[in-house]
Design a protein around this ligand. Sequence first.
Ligand code: ATP
Ligand code: MG
Length: 305
Amino acid sequence: MKLGIRVESVVKKFGDLTALKTVSFDITKPGLYGLIGPNGAGKTTMFKCIAGLLVPTSGDVFINGGKVEYNDLSIKQKIGFLPEDSGLYDKLTAKEFLSIMAGMHGLSKKDAGKKVKEIVELVGINYPPSKIVKFMSSGQRRLLSIASILLHNPNIIILDESLSGLDPINREHISRIMRELSKENIVLFSSHILSDIWSLCERILILKEGNLILDDTPGEILSRVSDNAYFLQVLTDIEAAQDVLVSFPQVKSAKIHGDKLIFHLSDYEFINEIIRKITEKVKIKSFGPNIPDLDQLFVRLVNGI
Ligand SMILES: Nc1ncnc2c1ncn2[C@@H]1O[C@H](COP(=O)(O)OP(=O)(O)OP(=O)(O)O)[C@@H](O)[C@H]1O
Ligand SMILES: [Mg+2]
């Protein structure tokens, strides 16, 4: 099987509004892929086109090499899609809900029981299976929703705002599940929280007003928005660290600002060697790209770099 999501020149119009304007991208390896963009950028529309819940006005989507057709059952078997506003049946218990969802994916009663148990463990649902959906907290509901889209072992997992509205503990918990799933599957998710995307993803896709304006690795994006500027904080002799930095021809400038060294690097490939040399002499406290905070970075990214 050829794992992948291929989006080819997808346009989606709703009447006069063009929500997606010729969007193309290709994901061919397991991993975590983040889709960001302001409200109304077209993220949910994109996900629905991939999941076969919306028909593109033009263009095609391919999942594992097969073309996505509207409401195609074979596509649904390959995809686990967590919608933004996933509705759960309020009156059911967690166990009943998962059993029904397993049945909907064609699992026999016996297999469903086994699978539900396995997924409950994987997702780490630790509230009683007899708990009624109506009385669950939003974090508990989110876990249940995630469990419900994994029962058929999808290898393409699409999560629309899976981390929003959760406390940091639940965010970390769900991030961990996403990381685990991404080892063997493609996990494509949207978030407004740039730090989540940043720490998790190997590729970031940015939609703005229906256009895919960026598709790159966090490292590449950072080096663009930071103008190749980095900061370094050390625990010991900051001047010794500065001496090491300026000894590298790839370091364009290295100035001390308060307790930080700010420097420009013409070629990121040398960073490991530079850091290693510095650690031979001084203890490093922190190091990173010299960028504004992540919220400001989000604004800069969507407004064009
Ligand atoms: N079924 C629909 N009918 C008409 N317009 C729609 C429909 N679905 C989405 N839109 C419009 O398409 C545009 C993109 O919406 P979409 O929900 O894809 O954005 P989004 O990036 O997911 O935003 P958010 O971050 O707020 O979830 C918006 O202008 C929205 O109003
Ligand atoms: Mg949305």
